[in-house]
Design a protein around this ligand. Structure first.
Ligand code: FE2
Length: 308
């Protein structure tokens, strides 16, 4: 597992730099259904920030808003071109919490791209954040596809027929424009069973078709980003070169002892509330998990083979 110990300080990591860790690059090409698809010849080279599960109004206290304010202060100072928020902006759909979230969010001074979680009623989410749920944007040679797959009355994820068609179109357009792809939704698509939460997009709820679409764009889809689990950085790479990652809540995380119980995938040993700085550099995507209010980070490097 590729984890830097928590005791590595910010200063120490800056001193180490990343240049010496770069991987060699060849031609990025994959076989898709018997035909060769040429992937972009340039690996992305930028940083962005990821936050999720702020749950403003949690337990009817102001503490979640206060924690979001602290997080926002650090996000404003952190290096990153924009911020992704992977859902559960507020807790239990409390409408008065959205303007509080929005005011703090707007103070960060960077673009913030949210998707709704199972605690966010779609109409309130779209009204207060003035965005549509399913949308995409391009940055540094990567198309980021954001879609809502959470329901208020379930912990599972759901991808509708209409969304599957739209996701397929987004992937096709990225192919035509020769962009890489990153897909973001609150609930993971990857199957997870006890001792894990068993919250995911079940085969009958769109999982099978979703992975079929991704298979058609194998190699181009770099990673799936999710929130929802409040379990630090948790992920799977059994569909390599595709990576699937759950991000830590900015409010609270639980240590569930998954690795001790031999759950598939990985789970970093850090569970304090925080955010993640994500950096693309030659052949990899590094995730630096910063617990808020600390000068420590724990890192996970997602590696991509140069051919598959
Ligand atoms: Fe949540």
């Amino acid at each position: 597992m590729d984890i830097m110990p928590a005791e590595f300080s910010r200063r120490r990591l800056i001193a180490l730099g990343t240049a010496g860790l770069a991987l060699p690059r060849n031609t990025w090409a994959v076989e898709t259904s018997g035909r060769s698809t040429t992937l972009p010849d340039k690996w992305p080279d930028f940083s962005f920030l990821v936050v999720t599960d702020t749950h403003l109004g949690y337990q009817n206290k102001a503490s979640a808003a206060q924690q979001w304010e602290k997080t926002a202060t650090e996000l404003a100072q952190a290096e990153g071109d924009f911020i992704l928020h992977l859902g559960d902006v507020v807790d239990q759909g409390q409408e008065p919490q959205y303007p509080i979230y929005r005011k703090i969010r707007d103070s960060i001074g960077k673009p913030v791209h949210e998707i709704p979680g199972n605690h966010d009623p779609i109409d309130l989410f779209e009204k207060h954040l003035e965005i549509t749920t399913d949308r995409s944007f391009d940055h540094g040679g990567v198309r980021f596809v954001l879609f809502g797959n959470a329901h208020r009355d379930s912990h599972d994820g759901f991808i509708t027929e209409e969304q599957l068609i739209w996701i397929g179109q987004q992937c096709q357009e990225a192919t035509e424009k020769n962009l890489w792809l990153v897909l973001c939704a609150h609930v993971p698509c990857h199957t997870n069973k006890p001792p894990d939460r068993a919250w995911y997009v079940k085969p009958e709820n769109g999982q099978t078709r979703f992975y079929e679409i991704l298979d058609q764009h194998r190699g181009r889809v770099l990673v799936l980003f999710h929130g929802h689990f409040h379990n630090g950085i948790r992920g799977w790479d059994d569909r390599s070169p595709l990576n699937e990652v759950l991000f830590p809540s900015a409010l609270y995380n639980q240590k569930r002892g998954l690795m001790e119980k031999n759950a598939p995938g990985y789970n970093l040993e850090e569970f304090r509330p925080g955010y993640v700085a994500a950096t693309f550099s030659e052949g990899s995507l590094t995730l630096d998990y910063w617990p808020v209010g600390t000068d420590e980070k724990m890192s996970k490097r997602l590696r991509y083979p140069d051919s598959v």
